[in-house]
Write a protein that binds this ligand. Structure first.
Ligand code: FE
Ligand code: FE
Ligand code: ZN
Length: 274
């Protein structure tokens, strides 16, 4: 089963997103848990969440992949700001309990000159603080492009976070633009990259994907998404990805620079290659 969808606006609630997703040919989707460039969150609507849970089941959707705010940096240098980010994470994970069984993905953080080891240690502490063992959510670390001081562009860094936290509720979301920008050649050697992922982290931790082409060449560390087939990854790479036996059944989310009609076209394009 191909579970594919895109980023949707959460402003009209979860039920509205499900209907929008369906109209685009999607059977999963992503949404921001709060303002992607800030910390403000919508008021939680438990009745809408309850309806959404039933509707997702009824319509056979795959797991949703919620996305934390871009500005939430769990390893920022100033302690006051760092602890604020940790509380944002905790609040996000508590909110996810109203949509049980889905994924919460976030950018691990940027160590802003503190050093990779310190950054990783602070992210580990944040997750230990925010993720209670009984929360019905799996938290996904997103693979990053390695822009600036980003943590998580190497599989080893993600593995160190996972080991440090020691929770079964932690996994990875592989972003195709980011890993290619980071220097994992999924264009010429997808099998080799997945073997490397398996060796370092374990493929059982790979829970979801972000499908983005890249505006920039291999190992550019830039993180600029391009529409599917129009960038340095190319259409054949996405054909390989959606049909790869080790990636089958995992939710795949488009974060391409599109409005809804183009998302529908990309979803149809990818489905036609299955
Ligand atoms: Fe992301
Ligand atoms: Fe992404
Ligand atoms: Zn990105």
């Amino acid at each position: 089963m191909l579970f594919i969808g895109c980023h949707l606006s959460a402003s009209n609630g979860n039920v509205a997103m499900i209907h929008t997703a369906e109209s685009l040919g999607a059977n999963t989707f992503a949404f921001f848990t709060r303002n992607p460039r800030g910390s403000k969150a919508r008021e939680l609507d438990p009745a809408d969440c309850e309806k959404a849970v039933a509707l997702l089941k009824e319509k056979g959707f795959g797991k949703l992949v919620a996305h934390g705010s871009y500005t939430m940096n769990l390893c920022t240098a100033r302690e006051k700001d760092r602890l604020f980010a940790w509380d944002i994470l905790k609040d996000d994970l508590q909110r996810m309990c109203y949509l049980p069984g889905n994924f919460y993905n976030f950018h691990p953080g940027s160590h802003v000159g503190q050093g990779m080891d310190t950054g990783i240690a602070q992210i580990v502490d944040a997750l230990k603080y925010a993720l209670e063992p009984d929360y019905p959510v799996t938290v996904l670390l997103e693979t990053m492009a390695g822009k600036g001081s980003e943590v998580g562009s190497r599989f080893e860094e993600l593995k160190a976070i996972i080991d440090g936290v020691g929770s079964e509720k932690l996994g990875v979301c592989l972003d195709t633009c980011h890993v290619y920008d980071a220097g994992y050649d999924i264009v010429n050697d997808l099998d080799g990259v997945l073997a490397e992922f398996d060796r370092i982290i374990g493929l059982d931790r790979l829970q979801a994907l972000h499908l983005n082409d890249s505006k920039n060449p291999f190992t550019s560390h830039k993180d600029r998404h391009e529409c599917i087939g129009r960038g340095s990854l190319g259409l054949a790479t996405f054909c390989n990805i959606i049909n790869h036996p080790k990636l089958k059944g995992k939710p795949m989310i488009l974060e391409t620079p599109n409005e809804l009609p183009q998302y529908a076209q990309e979803i149809a394009l990818l489905r036609s290659m299955e």
